[in-house]
Design a protein around this ligand. Structure first.
Ligand SMILES: Cc1ncc(COP(=O)(O)O)c(C=O)c1O
Length: 381
C-alpha cells in the first residue's frame, strides 16, 4: 500500500455503498448535464408534507425547541406512539433518526460476532449491510410464490447461532404484503426457538386490499417482538429523519444506551412535527393510499405489457422479472444502466436487493410522469 493512500477500517470494507442512493446520484448528475431524466428509482412518493406537520414544526422552532432533549425521545411523542400498541407505555418506545438508524442500532445491540439474522430475499438494501456492520451474518432465504413469506424455509435456516428473524411487510422491493397465516407461523417459530422477531413496518400505512398484520398482534411471545416503524413514508416526512422502535422495555433501554453515545436525541423540533402528524386528521393518509393504489394499477398494467410481474399489494414498488428482456450476457443491472442511458429512466436493478433478474419500479411519481416513463422504456425495449 502506498504511504499516503487512505486507509479505512475492515468493517467498512465489508459493506458496499447503498445502490439505491448511488442510482439517485447518477440520475442527478445526468440531470445536471442537461439530460431529461425521469426517476422511478426513488423510495418516496411525490406528495408534500402535510401542512399541520409543517406548522407545528415551525411553531416549535419559534418557541425555541432547539435544544438537546431526552435521548429516547420527547415524552409526549413517546406516549402518543405507545397508544398504537396494546399494553405499551412510553417506556416501550424509542424515537430514532429514521427506521434506518433504528435497525442499525438494533443489530448492534442484538448481534455478537457470528450471530445470524434470518431474512427473506429479495430484501431492502441496508438490512444485510447493517447486519454485517454489527459483526453478524445475514442468512437469506428464498420467498415463496409471489414473494410470499415462507416460514418453512425460515425454520430450516435456523441454527444455534440464530439470534433473530427479520420480516418486512409491506415489502421493499417486492410490494408483497404477507399473509396473516405466514406472519403467525413465523411469530410462533420465533417464540418457540426463543428468537427475536424484528418486524420492519415502515410501509404499514400503504396496503391495497390485503390488510397489514403487525407481528406484535399475533406473537405468543410479545417480549421478543421488535417493531420498527417510520414517519418517512407514512407522513411524507423523509427529510425529517424520524422513525421509532416499539418493543419490550429491556430492548428500548439497550437501544437508548447505544443511542446516548451515537446520535443522542432526534432533532427536537422535528419531533414536534411528528406529534402533529399523529394528531392531525388521518384522512390525508387514506387519500394518499388510495392515490397510490390508482398509480399501482396504472404502473402494473404498463409493466405487464413488458415483463411478467406480481401485483404488489403494498408500499409503492413493483418488482418485475426482466429476464426475458435481457440480451446475451446482459444482467438486470446492465438493463437498468441501458434504460437510464437510452430511455432516460432511472430504475433500481434487482441486484441491489439480492433479487437479480428483476428491476424495482417505484410508482411514487404521478400518473403523467409514470406514463411518460413507460412510453420511453417501451420505445427502448
Ligand atoms: C424497508 C425499509 N425499512 C426502513 C427504511 C428506512 O426508512 P427511514 O430511515 O426513512 O425511516 C426504508 C427506506 O427506504 C425501507 O424501505
Amino acid at each position: 500500500m502506498l504511504k499516503d493512500e487512505p486507509h479505512f477500517s475492515r468493517r467498512l470494507a465489508a459493506v458496499s455503498e447503498s445502490k439505491t442512493t448511488r442510482i439517485f446520484a447518477q440520475a442527478q448528475e445526468m440531470r445536471r448535464q442537461g439530460r431529461e431524466i425521469i426517476s422511478l428509482a426513488v423510495g418516496e412518493p411525490d406528495f408534500e408534507t402535510p401542512m399541520p406537520i409543517i406548522a407545528a414544526t415551525r411553531q416549535a422552532l419559534t418557541a425555541q425547541h432547539t435544544r438537546y432533549g431526552p435521548v429516547p425521545g420527547e415524552p409526549a411523542l413517546r406516549e402518543r406512539l405507545a397508544q398504537a400498541f396494546d399494553g405499551y407505555t412510553a417506556d416501550n418506545i424509542l424515537v430514532t433518526n429514521g427506521a434506518k438508524q433504528a435497525l442499525y442500532s438494533l443489530f448492534q445491540v442484538l448481534c455478537d460476532p457470528g450471530d445470524e439474522v434470518i431474512l427473506a430475499k429479495p430484501c431492502w438494501v441496508s438490512f444485510t449491510e447493517q447486519i454485517v456492520l454489527a459483526g453478524g451474518r445475514p442468512v437469506l432465504v428464498e420467498t415463496g410464490e409471489a414473494f410470499e413469506l415462507d416460514p418453512e424455509r425460515i425454520r430450516r435456516a435456523i441454527t444455534p447461532r440464530t439470534r433473530a428473524i427479520l420480516i418486512n411487510s409491506p415489502n421493499n422491493p417486492t410490494g408483497a404484503v404477507y399473509k396473516i397465516e405466514a406472519i403467525m407461523a413465523t411469530a410462533d417459530l420465533a417464540a418457540e426457538r426463543g428468537l427475536y422477531l424484528i418486524s420492519d413496518e415502515a410501509y404499514h400505512a400503504y396496503t391495497f386490499g390485503r390488510p397489514h398484520m403487525p407481528a406484535l398482534v399475533v406473537s405468543p411471545d410479545r417480549a421478543r417482538v421488535v417493531t420498527v416503524r417510520s414517519f418517512s413514508k407514512h407522513y411524507n416526512m423523509t427529510g425529517f429523519r424520524l422513525g421509532y422502535v416499539a418493543a419490550d422495555k429491556s430492548v428500548i433501554q439497550a437501544l437508548s444506551r447505544l443511542q446516548s453515545h451515537t446520535t443522542g436525541n432526534v432533532c427536537t423540533f422535528a419531533q414536534h412535527g411528528a406529534l402533529a402528524a399523529l394528531e392531525m386528521d388521518q384522512g390525508i393518509v387514506a387519500e394518499r393510499c388510495a392515490e397510490l393504489q390508482r398509480r399501482r394499477d396504472l404502473a402494473l398494467a404498463r409493466t405487464r405489457e413488458l415483463f411478467p410481474c406480481t401485483a404488489g399489494r403494498g408500499a409503492f414498488y413493483l418488482f418485475p422479472d426482466v429476464r426475458g428482456r435481457l440480451r446475451n450476457g446482459e444482467t438486470s443491472a446492465d438493463l437498468a444502466a441501458r434504460l437510464l442511458d437510452q430511455a432516460g429512466v432511472a430504475l433500481v436493478p434487482g441486484e441491489a436487493f439480492h433479487g437479480p433478474g428483476h428491476i424495482r419500479i417505484s410508482f411514487g411519481t404521478g400518473p403523467e410522469t409514470l406514463t411518460r416513463a413507460f412510453d420511453k422504456i417501451r420505445e427502448v425495449l
